[in-house]
Write a protein that binds this ligand. Structure first.
Ligand code: XMP
Length: 321
């Protein structure tokens, strides 16, 4: 019978047998798949595993800290943090085209990760690379902007010949909910284990317009409020994903206190879905939407309007870019 503990024992034994005394590397993204895969491998081979977290500066409020502090505290994993946010923001400066943003984030990620891998390799040879590939990724590999694309951001395909690793993929037979159960059984932070899917290019594709620090700060503040209120309402699990989008190049007139404002709209995009291939807009309680709207317009000075996206997929996509 399927139990988290059976799977953990089985995978730990398999990884131990495969890896032996060789060194292993893993890129953490903040997402559940890489976090659980790394925790499993760590349980199997301990400090032979080194994780690298490339902080591209495009994560949501608290997410980098979650990886750097909570995850490390929970697992005891050796983590190398590369704060590359200045580099990513520099490369993204002035860029508005969605595909261009994706290319830039993907390219910079590979470069930064490659550099970190080279530094480790210089200390001691690294034979294996952990990937959080799930069963649905295996089945549908090669297609679309969905799950397969989530992997392409952290894909090793882009690494040069002298940095080719053998892959260790301990989640290859598992579905997402099984991975979450295993993560919980391994004692990983709850917020990490239950996290909604989040795109590799991060908040760069949730700012409609060019990306900069100031815009990121506005979006982070609004996004945090939306997430807090969704959680407080107990609705995390009935929503598949809840993108919060900043229309950075749009301004509208509002009124606040004695004066007129000329601020930016925030779009709430809660969706229900099974696999992200199709989706419907979530019928969140009006009271919840009202709370989120009131808090965002009160607490985030630059935002004077909150709108809800009521488009299904198709014809819309989940993300706005
Ligand atoms: P769309 O917007 O195409 O998104 O309906 C489907 C799913 O894919 C995620 N997504 C991405 N994930 N890199 C990723 O890693 C990307 O460039 C990307 N674009 C969209 C999106 O969040 C949703 O879960």
């Amino acid at each position: 019978t399927w139990t988290s503990n059976n799977i953990i024992e089985e995978q730990v034994a398999a990884v131990r047998a495969r890896v032996g005394s060789k060194r292993v590397l893993c890129a953490l993204s903040g997402g559940v798949d890489s976090a659980v895969a790394a925790a499993l491998v760590h349980k199997a081979v301990g400090d032979q595993l080194t994780c690298v977290f490339v902080d591209h500066g495009l994560l949501r409020a608290g997410e980098a800290e979650q990886v750097e502090k909570d995850y490390v505290a929970a697992t005891g994993i050796t983590l190398k943090v590369v704060d590359a946010s200045a580099r990513f923001l520099g490369a993204l400066a002035g860029v508005t085209d969605p595909e261009q943003k994706r290319k830039i984030v993907g390219r910079e990620f590979i470069r930064v990760f490659e550099q970190a891998a080279r530094e480790l390799e210089a200390e001691e040879h690294v034979e294996y690379l952990v990937q959080g590939t799930l069963y649905p990724d295996v089945v549908e590999s090669g297609g679309g902007t969905g799950t397969a694309n989530i992997k392409s951001h952290h894909n090793v395909g882009g690494l040069p010949e002298d940095l080719k690793f053998q892959l260790v993929e301990p989640l290859r037979t598992l579905f997402k909910d099984e991975v979450r159960q295993i993560g919980a059984a391994l004692g990983l932070p709850e917020e990490m284990v239950m996290r909604h899917p989040f795109p590799g290019p991060g908040l760069s594709i949730r700012i409609i317009g060019a990306v900069d620090e100031e815009r990121l700060a506005i979006l982070r503040a609004a996004d945090l409020i939306a997430r807090e209120e969704l959680t407080a309402a107990g609705l995390d699990r009935s929503v598949w994903q809840f993108p919060v989008v900043l229309l950075a190049d749009v301004r509208s007139v509002g009124v606040q206190g004695d004066g007129r404002t000329y601020g930016h709209p925030i779009v709430l995009r809660p969706v229900s879905s099974d696999d992200a291939m199709t989706a419907d807009w979530s019928r969140l309680p009006h009271e919840l939407i009202a709370r989120i709207s009131t808090r965002i317009t009160n607490e985030v000075r630059e935002v004077n309007r909150v709108v809800v996206d009521v488009t299904s997929k198709p014809p819309g996509t989940i993300e706005w870019e």
